[in-house]
Design a binder for this molecule. Structure first.
Ligand code: PMP
Length: 411
């Protein structure tokens, strides 16, 4: 049953076994970062105990092992997102670094007057790099706006997209409203106009089965820490021919073919984009995280999260003082629920539910343009993952009632 699904996996996560403020921890801040199962902790530990060395640089045995571990992780990521080749997988620190790398490298191929199309629901990390690229190269930055149902309509997209659009950069799932954008359909139309398609998969890859051959985005960015992996390891996928065309962003060791006093030539992909000593333990941890996710199956994870979201939305809607900042229907949405309690600041809300052991986020969620667009000062946000259970939603609802009591509204 659905109940057993989460309970079965929750046992694998040591951090979830503790009490917070005297209550069983209920971790509903998965859109910010996720927890690590024993297998990920062990993989990182084993790497450091047995294989650690600087990869790529040495002939000694540990260096060779470290290189092998790093490249095995790359192949795991390749197969997880069904990329055509490991050369298309660039390891970065996180989604933010992936998008910054890309916006900097794309500088080489944009021309004044080109347009960049993003949406107002993007995370700051999918706004600022494009804002600055537009400023540096005299490009026009255009925004897609969602409708009252929180979705970006096809009409809106077709109105903003044109043959001037050089780059479309869009999130797979909003980290505020939980809305899933029709990125595959958008990519088809953008390609027809000759645009490059970038997908921010920070909230996509951890939850949705993601296949680069099917999606056909030119670039795809995501973070290991949002999918049970370690902090500090992220991915930029890019089509091989495009990555070959682009100049590197960071320069230094590990990414060169040949260096003279006056000029240098760059290494082949993927090293060209990976200057400096890489985060091998992070990559190894990400590999173990992917193993864990694949063992359960992305479709089963998504189905579980949708069931939980449906239940939570229904329970929250029973409370007349809860305002949901996102769609109530389950069509094209995932397990992220932003909300407010009437008359109560989201920071107070998050602090009081924490006193009941419930971890949720509050604030602007690094999406200030979206907050302004919908006139939200801030919101609380509950976000689910495979280890969350219905019984936790019930306790969360009790915690929301508690917040109202603390503020003197009665029960
Ligand atoms: N994009 C989206 C949609 C996100 O939710 C996040 C993380 N909140 C990011 C980008 C940035 O991810 P990171 O902080 O791991 O770089």
């Amino acid at each position: 049953s659905k109940q057993e699904f989460a309970a079965k996996y929750k046992r694998d996560f040591p951090i979830l076994k503790q009490k917070i403020n005297g209550h069983d921890l209920i971790y509903f801040d998965n859109a910010a970062t996720t927890q690590k199962p024993e297998s990920v902790l062990q993989a990182v530990n084993e790497y450091n105990r047995k294989f650690n060395a600087n990869p790529h640089r040495g002939a000694h045995t540990l260096s060779v092992r470290s290189t092998q571990a790093y490249e095995a992780a790359r192949e795991k990521v390749q197969s997880f997102i069904n990329a055509a080749s490991p050369a298309e997988i660039i390891f970065t620190r996180n989604t933010t670094e992936s998008l910054n790398l890309l916006a900097n490298s794309l500088e080489a191929i944009v021309k004044p007057g080109d347009e960049i199309l993003i949406s107002v629901l993007e995370h700051h990390s999918n706004i600022l790099p494009w804002q600055q690229l537009a400023e540096r190269k005299n490009l026009t930055l255009k925004y897609l706006y969602p409708d009252e149902n929180f979705r970006i309509s096809q009409e809106e997209f077709e109105k903003k997209l044109s043959s001037k659009t050089k780059i479309l950069s869009i999130s797979q799932m909003s980290n505020v409203t939980g809305v899933v954008n029709p990125v595959k359909e958008m990519a088809v139309k953008a390609h027809q106009q000759g645009a490059l398609v970038v997908v921010d998969g920070a909230q996509g890859a951890p939850h949705l089965k993601t296949d680069m051959q099917d999606l056909d985005a030119d670039f795809y960015a995501f973070s290991g820490h949002k999918m049970l992996g370690p902090l500090g390891i992220g991915v930029l996928y890019g089509k091989e021919n495009l990555l070959n065309e682009l100049p590197p962003f960071l320069k230094g060791g590990g990414m060169i073919e040949y260096v003279t006093e006056d000029y240098s030539t760059y290494a082949e992909l993927p090293e060209k984009f990976e200057a400096g000593t890489p985060n091998v333990e992070g990559a190894v941890g990400l590999q173990a995280a992917i193993d864990y996710l694949e063992n359960i199956g992305m479709d089963a994870i998504w189905e579980h999260e949708l069931g939980l979201t449906e239940y939570a939305l229904a329970r929250m809607s029973e409370l007349d003082y809860v305002e949901i900042a996102g769609p109530l229907d389950l069509e094209k949405r995932g397990g992220i629920i932003s909300f407010n309690l009437t008359g109560i600041h989201s920071h107070d809300l998050a602090t009081i539910v924490d006193s009941q052991g419930v971890a949720i986020r509050s604030g602007h969620h690094c999406a200030q343009p979206l907050m302004k667009y919908y006139n939200f000062n801030s919101t609380g946000r509950a976000s689910f993952y495979l280890y969350n259970e219905r019984s936790e939603v019930d306790k969360f609802i009790l915690a929301l009632k508690k917040v109202r009591e603390v503020f003197g509204y009665g029960s």
